[in-house]
Design a protein around this ligand. Structure first.
Ligand SMILES: Cc1cc2nc3c(=O)[nH]c(=O)nc-3n(C[C@H](O)[C@H](O)[C@H](O)COP(=O)(O)OP(=O)(O)OC[C@H]3O[C@@H](n4cnc5c(N)ncnc54)[C@H](O)[C@@H]3O)c2cc1C
Length: 333
């Protein structure tokens, strides 16, 4: 591990002031699960800014029309929160499927969303786009597990967070504190980034002088049903090979609005728009579900070693849609 300087911030403003002063040389330390792992492999910053002392960033509460989740809430806090279970059960389900109980007790939602990708080349210090170098060895190398089937302009590693697709399916926003104050950004655009045109590699999705303060999730409309399905090599302690998060609103048995978001198969939480369009305005019968599932992967362009994920993802969409159709038919909430 390279040497580093450890700093503590007692408020969001203090954290941002430190980040601003250190101009890209510092990183926020939350639970440290991801950051310290990378630092032990020689990938990491010169300064760490520990924010765990900012107590108000751990709260979870319903506030009018939104559910607020502080960036320092741990995955265990989310999995066990009665507010989250009542308002958004698929988020509880997703949080309780992450890693192991020990990791969930320490890992925070902010860190989960902003964790680096699980590419073995990066994790072993290979100087790729994400590690002060150039190129993406995984694009033509070992790309069987945690890699995209929907392309990737510079880097082909999949966005690894299980919570990200769930929160995008609920149209959640990030509240971000920076030197100029607080701004809100839809998680979908925050995590997508925009492809850099200068050929110097992928742009950061998050500015180095900003702090993710909390996540704001609009409360679900009446009649909305949700489902989260995940497939991984191992049942626990493992990232998604693919996951599907669905939030669909029903009126009189017909789907009036839907968001279907795929995880583990793209460099960002991928909205399966063709699958959404295939169910909106329809009852969720078997044939509709089948055709929506097929359409959900219609744009897939798998890499050399991960074409199996196309069929896996199609199957997971089928499973998730069948689950909400059953809930709708039986009136289960
Ligand atoms: C064995 C194992 C299995 C795992 N399985 C899964 C899985 O199944 N599903 C899954 O989703 N994840 C999985 N993970 C990943 C794990 O959930 C993340 O590493 C963890 O959530 C990161 O949270 P943290 O608080 O420890 O973040 P940290 O390691 O502290 O930070 C991660 C990154 O986010 C930045 N950051 C953190 N908080 C903020 C903030 N508030 N503002 C700005 N930047 C911030 C940090 O600077 C750093 O770059 C697994 C990890 C391991 C080791």
């Amino acid at each position: 591990m390279k040497g580093f300087t450890y700093l503590e911030a007692a408020s969001a403003k203090e954290a941002v002031d430190i980040l601003e002063e250190l101009k890209g040389q510092a990183k926020i330390l939350a639970g440290g699960i991801d950051l310290l792992y990378l630092m032990k492999k020689g990938v990491g910053p010169k300064y760490l800014v520990d924010i765990k002392g900012i107590k108000e960033m751990s709260s979870i509460m319903v506030d009018g029309d939104v559910l607020r989740i502080g960036a320092l809430a741990t995955l265990s806090d989310i999995a066990s929160s009665s507010d989250v279970r009542r308002e958004l059960s698929m988020l509880s389900d997703a949080a309780s499927r992450v890693a192991s109980p020990q990791i969930r007790n320490v890992a925070t939602v902010g860190g989960n969303l902003l964790q680096n990708v699980w590419c073995w080349y990066l994790r072993n210090g290979y100087p790729c786009w994400r590690n002060e170098g150039r190129g993406c060895p995984a694009a033509s190398g070992e790309n069987s597990t945690y890699f995209s089937i929907f392309g990737g302009r510079f880097c082909v590693a999949a966005q690894p967070s299980d919570l990200a697709p769930v929160l995008v399916a609920c149209d959640a926003s990030a509240m971000i504190v920076g030197p100029k104050g607080t701004r809100a950004q839809h998680l979908q655009s925050l995590l997508s980034g925009s492809a850099a045109e200068d050929g110097k590699g992928p742009p950061p999705t998050f500015a180095s002088n900003e702090l993710l303060y909390e996540i704001e999730v609009p409360r679900l409309k009446k009649g909305t049903r949700t489902a989260f399905c995940k497939a991984s090599v191992r049942e626990s302690w493992d990232f998604a090979l693919a996951s599907v998060s669905v939030a669909a609103c029903f009126e009189g048995g017909v789907v009036t609005d839907a968001r279907i978001v795929l995880g583990g198969v793209s460099t960002y939480p991928y909205r399966a728009v063709e699958a959404e369009e295939a169910i909106i305005g329809k009852q969720l019968g078997k044939e509709t579900i089948k055709s929506a599932s097929r359409l959900g992967v219609v744009k897939a362009k798998p890499l050399q070693m991960n074409s199996y994920k196309v069929m896996l993802t199609e199957g997971l969409i089928y499973k998730a849609l069948t689950s909400i159709a059953d809930d709708q038919a039986t009136g289960r909430s």
